[in-house]
Design a protein around this ligand. Structure first.
Ligand SMILES: NC(=O)c1ccc[n+]([C@@H]2O[C@H](COP(=O)([O-])OP(=O)(O)OC[C@H]3O[C@@H](n4cnc5c(N)ncnc54)[C@H](O)[C@@H]3O)[C@@H](O)[C@H]2O)c1
Ligand SMILES: Cc1cc2c(cc1C)N(C[C@H](O)[C@H](O)[C@H](O)COP(=O)(O)O)c1[nH]c(=O)[nH]c(=O)c1N2
Length: 173
């Protein structure tokens, strides 16, 4: 098969793409920022490891999100991976709630970057945003990890088939 045939293939439509992506389970994270543009946060499943040297992850953020201007203008970002019992926080940060109400629902601290770090998260990655790339409706934020904070929870939260699921560490089974 020749690569020249690819441009003639029909594109996958939005619903087909979303229905397929719904089967790609992912951890649930509350992404936060603080800095000159103020404090903000949103729920994200589109988070992944990029390279370990330098330690880098990426976060995909829809530019229509209310949090987007803060992530455009600030350099600090924290990925707070939720534990199994934190799905209410995911819903709060998942939209249509005032920023102050989102942050009032949990306890926070800061590490090197100054972005809010969620106490009791499964794991947190304190980061500096080092690169931004726009693709379609989203910005991909490439982040250097400055510090990691390990939580004590034994069970994580996953988003799969449009609903929440839990998974356990090996030593919690
Ligand atoms: N990457 C994202 O931006 C993303 C991911 C998950 C959920 N969401 C938001 O949560 C809502 C509910 O999601 P759902 O999983 O219950 O059902 P859904 O049918 O809206 O989405 C199914 C899957 O498609 C992907 N997706 C959804 N909206 C997207 C977008 N705008 N850009 C890129 N990928 C997208 C995600 O993997 C999602 O889990 C979505 O409509 C969206 O607003 C966004
Ligand atoms: C489980 C789950 C997972 C995701 C989301 C939601 C939920 C519930 N949302 C949507 C995002 O959290 C939401 O659009 C923002 O909070 C913006 O909403 P407001 O504009 O503030 O109302 C989301 N948005 C985004 O830009 N990237 C992502 O990876 C995800 N993932």
């Amino acid at each position: 098969m020749s690569l020249h045939a690819l441009p003639d293939l029909p594109a996958v439509d939005r619903d087909t793409f979303r229905n397929a992506m719904a089967q790609l389970g992912a951890a649930v994270n509350v992404i936060t920022t603080d800095g000159p543009a103020g404090v903000a946060g949103f729920t994200a499943s589109a988070v992944c490891s990029v390279t370990d040297s330098p330690p880098t992850l990426l976060v995909c953020l829809n530019r229509s999100a209310s949090a987007w201007p803060a992530f455009r203008d600030n350099r600090a970002l924290c990925v707070n991976t939720l534990s199994a019992d934190q799905h209410a926080l995911s819903t709060l940060f998942g939209g249509k709630t005032a920023m102050a109400d989102r942050f009032a629902a949990a306890q926070w601290q800061t590490l090197a970057s100054g972005a809010p770090l969620l106490e009791a998260a499964l794991i947190s990655f304190d980061c500096e945003i080092t690169q931004r790339v726009s693709v379609g409706t989203h910005d991909i934020l490439f982040c250097t990890v400055l510090a990691v904070a390990q939580g004590e929870a034994r069970q994580g939260l996953a988003w799969f088939d449009r609903g929440y699921h839990t998974f356990s560490r090996q030593d919690a089974r």
